[in-house]
Design a protein around this ligand. Sequence first.
Ligand code: GLC
Length: 547
Amino acid sequence: MQRDDLPWWKKATGYQVYPRSFCDSDGDGIGDIPGIISKLDYLAELGIGFIWLSPVYRSPMRDNGYDIADYRDIAPEFGTLDDFDRLVTEARTRDIGIVMDLVVNHTSNEHDWFKKACASREAPEHAFYIWRDPGPDGGPPNDRTAIFGGPAWHWVEAVGQYYFAYFSAHQPDLDWQNPDLRAEIYDMMNWWLDRGIAGFRMDVVSLLGKDVDTDRLEEGPYLHEYLQEMHRQTLAGRDVVSVGESWAVTPRTAPLYCGRDRGELDMVFQFNHVGQGWDETFGKWKPKPFDLVRFKRVLFDWQRALTDDGWNSLFLSNHDLPRQVSVYGDDGRWRVRSAKMLAIVMHLMKGTPFVYQGEEIGMTNVVFERLDQFRDLEIEGRYAEMMAQGLAMEDFLAGANLSGRDNARVPMQWTGGPQAGFTTGTPWIEVNPNHAEINVAADRADPDGVSATYRTLAGLRRRMPVIVQGHFAPVTEDDPRVFAYTRELDGERLAVIANFSAEAIVFQTPDELVGEGECLVANAGQRTAIEARLELAPYEAFALRYR
Ligand code: GLC
């Protein structure tokens, strides 16, 4: 492929905005679209190429917008369709695309389709959802449980059937096997694409081909047939990006979604590198101590799997995950340096990097002391289950503080002032008290702030083809403290080296890395050479371009 033929989204850095928590323009305590518009200059200065906007559609917000009641309207608390169009235009003038979140595995139970579906079996919308008669004992068809707790099947008296809802009762699953439903979705996608958006992030995409009767939900039998159809009917021929979220995809199945000739998606968000840190029984609620070798193994496998075909997404954070500096770095003494290290290591691998709001200033996890401070429905569901199993309240809170989704959802910290400059009102969820110290204003005023490194990385990516396209080669895969790799394109070669520990260490550099060059980015002083005996400061990271 010619370098200048590269699609824009390979050269761009993505930035996720969680609208509810980003910036509130009208003092109701909830972030909104005019608030996002007011921060576009900030984002442009950061050098990002597109925004992945978490859902802004009309919604009862049981799952903060991942429960859509109207696919063709904006939630009033976020603004209007006019505001949205203005966002697209204003972003475009700054060379930033808007990528919409497409949540089509399920709707809200308040969507008109679902209301009609529940009123009568004769309504065409009834067949938009997944209904089954009671099992032989009169109960649900099977004992599948929902992701957010409780059973996945729910009885509706008026139609005498159960509907299937894999996340929560408020999020009934759409029946993708129904061609009329699929046509409605494609139509809606084209309606947004015609408004000038830059693409879609597709929520839980690997669930779309499910077969509930054989209980094959993830990567089910119809998945790729539907994704190919969706591509043909919506994305094909448009210069947009598509990213599918999947908790099930593996390096082995990824090429099926994003392989060059598949005609499906451009890339996937995979979570193997996140899940490697979870407990076998208790999952994310009881994370294992961080193990760099395990972590590298997963990321390197993904780099290898998509070397020649397909494309990686690079991220450690999003609105469902705890703050990356708290999980993989050190959110105390080495917060700034380790936050930069994570950025350097992630952004210089092969793929498109995604930054989650606040990550660029090294925002940390929040500590809530009481249950009523949490807002996430997952915490609610989890709490009910855990109490039933006799877990102590303090143990529950510890798990929620470590791994809960509200960590990423507390307001963006703009200033050290009241409510972190997020709102003039009362925020829908409490701000992290550490905003007094950690905030955009303070970080930007500091030439050594975390965001300076993010700006550098985004700039490097724009102008250096080796970062976008260069061959990736892992180094020191078994070293428990050092994360290192090289990138190479047309004789140009980079090395990236990071000390993932809070100790100063001496790295016995493999011969292939020893050399001199120019420092592209660093978090603990510039380097112009990589010596055979390399002394690395705590959490030090840098990239060097060899001469
Ligand atoms: C995805 C979203 C998450 C949401 C779920 C159900 O995993 O990222 O926030 O709760 O899907 O839509």
